[in-house]
Write a new protein. Structure first.
Length: 234
């Protein structure tokens, strides 16, 4: 990867070139998510088999709680629907003779990922179940074949810290390696970078050719080598 620093001072231009050979850190792939848990913003319906008057449809609050008759506030976020059901049955067992109930999830607010960079339709991708990084990119329209590199980055918040996970999807698409089975977690960000030469040409066009007065030369970068120079406009 070529790093370029161009300094403009008193009408003089100095080009400094250096090569960078260090590879991005690759984190071990996360294990597939074994269970889906409730989160703030999810809408749930609680239905009682023998006491329909206590039926509720609620949206889990930002603090992760719901408010129920008789039992008051109950922590819902971080639990599976089955775990919440079992806790509610125990709590309502102190007030009802037959506390049979079921918990249904109507909408999953947190179950989405974000795909950005060089894809055709960047934005939010719904995650109703297990979803791989490659599937999310395809749901976002696929790679922009002219500008995208297939060495993508997944940004993930884990234990309060942000991780960057590098995936080589180019090898995956060619040979079906294990990166195709990298499972995402809710609110992951999948970023597809530009190819280096595309980024460099855009950088030179924006910050050099379009910002320097027309004095008879233009900076350019030739694909396939590591040179930066100029051509005269005569």
């Amino acid at each position: 990867m070529l790093a370029i620093l161009i300094i403009v001072c008193c009408g003089c231009m100095v080009c400094m070139l250096s090569s960078c050979t260090s590879a991005p850190q690759v984190y071990p792939a996360a294990q597939p998510v074994s269970k889906v848990v409730l989160a703030p913003g999810d809408q749930i319906e609680i239905k009682f088999a023998h006491s329909q008057e206590f039926n509720e449809t609620q949206t889990i609050r930002p603090d992760g709680k719901i408010e129920m008759q008789f039992v008051g506030e109950v922590d819902a976020a971080g639990k599976t629907p089955a775990e919440l059901r079992d806790e509610l049955k125990q709590l309502f067992g102190q007030h009802l003779k037959y506390p049979q109930l079921a918990v249904f999830v109507r909408t999953w607010d947190e179950n989405k990922v974000y795909v950005g960079g060089e894809v055709k339709t960047p934005g939010i991708v719904a995650m109703p179940g297990r979803l791989t990084a490659l599937e999310a990119i395809m749901a976002a329209g696929g790679f922009n074949l002219q500008t995208a590199t297939k060495n993508v980055v997944v940004v993930r918040l884990h234990d309060g810290q942000t991780q960057g996970i590098a995936l080589d999807l180019d090898a995956t698409l060619k040979s079906g390696e294990s990166a195709a089975a990298f499972f995402l977690q809710p609110r992951d960000i999948i970023y597809v970078p530009q190819k280096t030469v595309v980024s460099m040409n855009q950088w030179i066009a924006q910050y050099i050719n379009n910002m320097i007065p027309n004095v008879g030369f233009t900076f350019n970068h030739a694909a396939g080598n590591t040179s930066v120079g100029y051509s005269t406009n005569k």
